[in-house]
Design a protein around this ligand. Sequence first.
Ligand SMILES: Nc1nc2c(ncn2[C@@H]2O[C@H](COP(=O)(O)OP(=O)(O)OP(=O)(O)O)[C@@H](O)[C@H]2O)c(=O)[nH]1
Ligand SMILES: [Mg+2]
Length: 463
Amino acid sequence: MIDFNDSIAAIATPPGRGGIAIVRISGPDALKVASLITTPPGASARPIKARTAYFRKFYDGPEEIDEGVVLYFAAPHSYTGEDVVELQGHGGNVVPQRVLSAVLKIAGVRQAEPGEFTRRAFLNGKMDLTAAEAVEDLISAGSESAAKAALASLSGAFASRLETLSAKLTQFRVRLEACLDFPEEHEDFFDSGRAATELESLEALTRQALTIAGQGVRLNEGARIVLAGQPNAGKSSLLNALAGSERAIVTNIPGTTRDVLTINIEIGGIPVTITDTAGIRDRPSDEIEAIGIERALNELKQADLVLLMIDSSKPAAEAREALAHIQKLFDHPKNLMVVKSKIDLAPNAETAELLTQEPWSHLPQIATSTKTEHGLDLLRQQLNEVLGLIPSEGVFSARRRHVFELNECAAALTRAQEMLELGDLVLTARELTLAQDHLGTITGKVTSDDILGIIFSTFCIGK
Ligand SMILES: Nc1nc2c(ncn2[C@@H]2O[C@H](COP(=O)(O)OP(=O)(O)OP(=O)(O)O)[C@@H](O)[C@H]2O)c(=O)[nH]1
Ligand SMILES: [Mg+2]
C-alpha cells in the first residue's frame, strides 16, 4: 500500500551524459526540500513562489554540489496533484545522483518506486487509468504512429469512448431496474423489441472499441509476423530483404537456419517484428535442426500473422507438406498468407495448379522474388492491410489488458441479450452489471490494488 504522507524523489531524466538532469520531488515535504537544498548552512531561506523559475545553487549540507533552476508546482496544480518540486541541474552520471542523494537525506523523503508519480496522479484523480498507461506508452513509443496513438489516449480519446459506452449502459440499467420495480409501466420498452435493439447496438459499440483497441495494442507492441515453410523456400532471404540488410545466413543448403531470429522493422510507420525460423520438414538432418523445428512451431503459435513461403519452382509435394504442418498446428489457420517465392525461376506447373485449388484459393497469395525484388512493395502493403495496421482515424494506444476486458464486456452483453430473449430480466441486469464492471476496470473506476501494482510496476522510475 502506498503511504501518501511521505514525499518521493527520483531523477526524471534518462541516465547518461546530457546537458540537463531533473530531480523531481512530490509530496507534502517538496517545498521544504527545495528550500533546504537551495539554502547554505547559516543563511536564511529565501521564499520560493509557485510556477516561478529561480536560479539557485544546490547544497548537500555545507557543500555546494550543483546549480540550476528550481521550479515549484503547488498542489493540486501539478502532475501528481501534490506539491511538486523540480531541481533542474547538470546532467551526467555523477551530479544528478549527488543531488538526489542530498534530497533523500532529508527526513520524510524516500526514493520513488517505478511509476509512483503517475500512480499518485491517478489516485489523486488527475487522470484515469487509460491516460496513466498512455504516459508510459508515449515514453516507450517505437514509432510516430504509436506516439500519436499514445497521445490520443493521454488526452482521453479512449476514456471518453468508454465513458459514452458506460453512460449508455447505465441508462439501460436504470430502465431495467425501473421495470423490475414497476413492471406494468415499462412493458412497452421490452415488448416492442426496443430493449433488444438497444442492447444489440451496445454490443456493436463495444466491438468497435475492441477493434480499435486491438489496433492500439499492435501499434504499441508491434505485430508479430513469423516466416514458415520448407527448408530452402527462401525465408531468410525474405527476412533480409524486408530488413534491408543481411541479418540471416542464406545458403542453398536446406536446413541453414537452425535458431529463431527476430528483427524489428517498421512497415509504413508501424513497428513490426519478423521472425525467421528453421524450415519445417518431417525428417530433420540432425538433432540441432530438430530442436530448431520445435522452436519454429512454438513461434508460429504466437504469431499475429504467418507468412507461409512456397518455392514456386519446386514440386507440389513441398507445398502440400508445408500446409500440412500448419494445419497440424491450427484447426482454422486464420492469419495465414501465402508468399510464393523465387518467381524469377521457371515455375513448377503442378505447384501453380495446386495453389488455385481449395483451400489455397481462399488464402491471400503474393508472388515474390528476392532476386529481382518483384512483389516486395506489394507484400509490405498487404501486410499492413491484413494486420489492420493502417491506423484508422481516432486510433488510441491500448494494452492487452484493455482488449481482454472489452472482450469480457462484449461477452457479458451477448449473454444479457440471451437472458432478455428468455424474458429473465433479473439475469439480464446481472450481466449488465458485469459488463459495466469490465469497462470500469479499464479506466480504473473499478479497481483493486493488485491491478494497480502490476500496471505501475512496469513504469520507469521518475515517472
Ligand atoms: N532465384 C532465386 N533464388 C532465391 C530467391 N530467394 C532465395 N533464393 C535462394 O534460395 C536458397 C535458400 O534461401 P534461404 O533464404 O536460405 O532459404 P530458407 O527458407 O531460409 O532455408 P532454411 O533456412 O534452410 O529453412 C538460397 O540459395 C537463396 O539464394 C529468389 O527470389 N530467387
Ligand atoms: Mg533460413
